[in-house]
Unconditional design. Structure first.
Length: 294
């Protein structure tokens, strides 16, 4: 990679990491599901008028929007609303290592290598260790939501892979078209009309900053830059950068919310991120040349 692209990749991981702090800013003041619906509504319009619709079947776009909107970010923002710290949110999302392993094995018949199993085991130990944190950064009532978000992240990757799309950015933009409505319906079914009645009075400057930060730099700009880099470089080159997102997420939470960093929390990060790194490691094959006797 060029030095310029390395710096761009690092800046993008910082942006995505700090996004969890921006999410918390809005999620603590308004309904988390409606907050997410507003994020995707603004991310879609007016961008969708400038991006050509991809040729993939509508069922893939609908599935992507539902899973990405409600499954990943709806559940993750809700968990932050229930008390998951901005520093731990990004780390717990990396538990997708487990569901990705299961989905890859059963749906794509992918071979499960020893390093993937070992990486998954490290991540599970890190998750279990997070349950003993006493600072309230991982409340038990919110943990199922983070795990649903992690599972949804893997399902989203499954949908993209199944669609065989070659238009990743267009697929993402048009797929997000199907995110706001399920989020709005879910908010109404689960909480009735009260969140909608409260919303206008809650849309202060901080909440609008949270929505706009999530919609434009994080979603549209972030995914556009990421897709360009993943086209330019092998996925094995880009994937390790994603390990930095939870680290920047923790830094942002420490700076903006004074989140405490204990030895146990650092160990959780080491185990889960270490598990991700181990699972992505691909040993280079060494070719052995048979020398002819002289």
């Amino acid at each position: 990679m060029t030095k310029k692209d390395i710096c761009i990749s690092l800046a993008l991981m910082c942006l995505w990491g700090f996004n969890f702090s921006a999410i918390k800013l809005g999620a603590m003041q308004t309904d988390p599901i409606l907050l997410t619906a507003l994020r995707f509504t603004l991310a879609i319009f007016p961008a969708i008028f400038f991006v050509r619709k991809p040729p993939e079947a509508a069922r893939y776009l609908i599935a992507y929007g539902l899973i990405f909107g409600l499954g990943v970010w709806g559940m993750m923002v809700w968990s932050i609303n229930l008390g998951v710290s901005a520093g731990m949110a990004g780390l717990l999302l990396d538990m997708s290592i487990i569901s990705s392993l299961v989905i890859g094995y059963f749906l794509f018949k992918e071979k499960v290598s020893p390093n993937k199993l070992f990486g998954a085991a490290l991540a599970v130990v890190g998750l279990l260790l997070s349950l003993v944190l006493t600072d309230g950064s991982v409340p038990l009532r919110a943990l199922p939501l983070t795990l649903i978000a992690a599972l949804s992240w893997s399902l989203m990757a499954f949908v993209v892979k199944k669609s065989k799309t070659r238009h990743v950015f267009a697929f993402s933009v048009w797929g997000m078209l199907f995110a706001p409505l399920p989020l709005i319906l879910f908010a109404y079914i689960s909480k009735g009309t009260q969140p909608f009645l409260d919303l206008p009075s809650q849309l202060n400057g901080q909440v609008w900053f949270s929505i706009l930060f999530q919609a434009y730099p994080t979603t549209l700009l972030g995914y556009w830059v990421w897709n360009k880099l993943t086209i330019k470089y092998p996925l094995s080159t880009m994937a390790p950068f994603t390990l930095l997102t939870p680290i920047f997420g923790l830094i942002g939470s420490v700076v903006f919310y004074n989140e405490g960093v204990t030895l146990i929390k650092l160990l959780c990060f080491a185990l889960i991120l270490g598990g991700m790194a181990v699972s992505q490691w691909q040993p280079k094959k060494v070719k052995v040349l048979n020398r002819q006797p002289i």
